[in-house]
Design a protein around this ligand. Structure first.
Ligand code: LLP
Length: 384
């Protein structure tokens, strides 16, 4: 089996499970992103901090001058601490608290991506109290279904996100008329782990229809934020470790029909950080059942919840064995039957003490870790 290369000898003394981050790969990924962006000065990427807010990862990304897409006051603080400039920070989320709005206004972030009239009213009120003006965009629900699993689509009518077309004029009127708000643009996001460029084409088409209608109705739309969602290859992290950013941006270059000079913003999370991270876990026991063999590892859904929560596939490699492959259900110690990383995984024969790498775990891995069962939060190993 082809495997990633891991500096196993340097893992001595690390308590397992832990997150391993290949910073060289992250840098190559950021190089590819920069190069794909270089022909489009009107395209701006805000890294979606929710995907991974490990400070070392944030520092690497902030050093490239990207913006940040935040969904909480905590993420805004983490982004600022890592060196993201406030003028590059956008703040999304259906439920921004008063405290978070205050944090954002005081920090001087670029944009609030707003999702309801009551939210606009509260931002207006707090901005007034602070003697500030808040730049706002309105998140539109484009009713575009992405070809990804149901739990992570966000652009459909029935989702809680954004404003449906029928309600849009009323919301935009509110955004334009409230005195402490400055209406700037539209925000979209159709889902995550999207590999079909047709889904993004559908989004472009919706935007192309909507933009002239709104302009005709007298709304001045300065910029468009198309959200994030570009997927990665979970099957082949070794062959396809860097997403096709060229194809992604080309799709928007080709299909978005906006007046020259309209700024287009992107909020990429997974595609930037997923492949550089692996969860390293140790085999505790190999247990023979009546029909199956279980590799019981010390990692669990508390460090990486994606398989349990979404039935998401993560490739697993035994990085300390070169023996012939065998088939295992790789499971964690948590008292939940969903605490399974992978069923019927073919991996090099496992022995107690072996280290397994659960691949493509840099996005929504460490960021979604919990302390269930009193597990400590995982540490990380930063490989520069
Ligand atoms: N912008 C907005 C408004 C979002 O809601 C999201 C992700 C992003 C940007 C970044 O999307 P990305 O480029 O990473 O696909 N925990 C799930 C994914 C949830 C994504 C939520 N929103 C998972 O582990 O697959």
């Amino acid at each position: 089996m082809m495997k990633g290369s891991f500096p196993v000898e340097r893992f001595q003394g690390m308590r397992t499970p832990f997150y391993y981050y290949d910073i060289k790969l992250l840098r190559r990924t950021l190089d590819a992103l920069e190069s794909a962006l270089s022909q489009s000065p009107d395209f701006h990427v805000h890294y979606a901090v929710k995907a991974n807010f490990n400070p070392d990862i944030l520092n690497e990304i902030a050093a490239r001058g990207l913006g940040a897409d935040c969904v909480s006051g905590g993420e805004i603080s983490a982004a600022l601490a890592a060196g993201f400039r406030p003028e590059g920070i956008v703040f999304a989320g259906v439920g921004k608290s008063d405290e978070e709005i205050t944090t954002a206004l005081n920090a001087g972030i670029a944009r609030f991506n707003c999702e309801s009239i009551p939210e606009l009213e509260v931002i207006n009120e707090i901005a007034g109290q602070l003697g500030k003006r808040a730049a706002v965009s309105v998140r539109v629900n484009p009713d575009v279904g992405a070809h990804t699993h149901a739990n992570i689509t966000t652009g459909l009518k029935e989702n809680k996100f954004g404003i449906n077309y029928e309600q849009l004029p009323e919301v935009l009127n509110t955004a334009c008329k409230l005195p402490n708000l400055e209406f700037k643009g539209l925000h979209f996001h159709i889902g995550s782990q999207i590999l079909e460029m047709q889904d993004f084409v559908a989004l472009c088409n919706r935007i192309n229809e909507l933009y002239p209608e709104l302009t005709k109705a007298g709304f001045k739309v300065v910029d468009i934020n198309v959200g994030g969602g570009l997927g990665i290859n979970y099957q082949h992290p070794n062959h396809l470790s860097i997403p096709d950013f060229e194809l992604y941006f080309d799709t928007f270059r080709k299909h978005l029909k906006l007046p020259v000079g309209t700024q287009v913003h992107f909020e990429l999370g997974r595609s930037i950080v997923a492949q550089c991270g692996s969860l390293i876990t140790r085999v505790l026991y190999v247990k023979k059942g009546t029909t199956k063999t279980f590799a019981i590892v010390d990692g669990s859904m508390t460090e990486l919840i994606r398989p349990a929560l979404y039935k998401a596939y993560h490739r697993i490699e035994n990085i300390t064995s070169d023996e012939p492959e065998e088939v295992y259900d790789v499971v964690g110690p948590v008292c939940e039957s969903s605490d399974v990383f992978l069923k019927e995984a073919s991996i090099d024969r496992c022995h107690r003490g072996d280290l397994l790498a659960i691949r493509s775990a840099g996005a929504y891995g460490e960021a979604m870790a919990s302390c269930y069962n009193c597990h400590p939060l995982p540490q990380s190993f930063i490989d520069r």
